[in-house]
Ligand binder design. Sequence first.
Ligand code: MTE
Ligand code: MO
Length: 196
Amino acid sequence: MTHKLPPGQFETEKWPILHEGEIYQFKENAWQFKIFSEVETEVILSYKEMMNLPKARTTIDMHCVTTWSKFGTTFEGILLRDLLSLVTVGENVKYVKIYGYLNDDPFGYSANLPLHELNGDDSLFVTRYKDAHHEWQDITAKHGYPLRFIPPASFYLWKGTKWATGIELMTEDEPGYWEERGYSMTANPHNEERFR
Ligand SMILES: Nc1nc2c(c(=O)[nH]1)N[C@H]1C(S)=C(S)[C@@H](COP(=O)(O)O)O[C@H]1N2
Ligand SMILES: [Mo]
C-alpha cells in the first residue's frame, strides 16, 4: 500500500485522542443504534443485533485536521453499506449524518458525509483494531468503544464519529457538529479542505 501524506500533515505512529465532552461509559442495556429519516421504516438495533452482523477488515489511513496522520491501522467492524442494506433507503438520499455521544446526549455529536463515497470496503463502524504496536484489541473507550465510525482516508478524521449511535439519511447536505462551527463540509485532506 502506498501512503500519501496530505499537505500540511506530519506522520505519527501514536494514535492521539481528541474529542468534546466526557468519554462515554458503555451500558449494554441502554445502548441502541438507529437508522432513520429518509427510509421506508426506521430500524433500531440492540448491541447484540449489531454485533451479530457480518464483520469486515480494512486498513485505513487516518488524517486529523490538527495535522497528524496515522498510516496503516487495520480495523474490524461492520460496513456502512451492510447497515444500510437493513433499510429501504429513499431514492433521493445523497448524504448521511453519523451521530454519536456528546456527554449524555446520544445525538450530541454528528458529522455529515456524501453517501456515494461510503459504499466501499473502507467505510466501516469499527469494534476492533490492530497496528504496528498493538495486536488485535477492542477499540478503547477513548477512541469510541463500543462502536466507532472510521471514514475513508479521503476525509479528515472529525468525520469519524466515536460512540456512534445512528445514521440519518438525508436528501440535502446538512452540517454536523464541527461543520456548524466553521469546518469543511467536504473535508478532503489531500486538497487541504479544513475550513469552510
Ligand atoms: N462522538 C464524538 N466523536 C468524535 C469527536 C467528538 O468530539 N465526539 N471528535 C472528532 C474529532 S474532532 C476527531 S479529530 C476524532 C479523533 O479521534 P481519535 O481520538 O480516536 O484520534 O474523533 C472525532 N469523533
Ligand atoms: Mo479533530
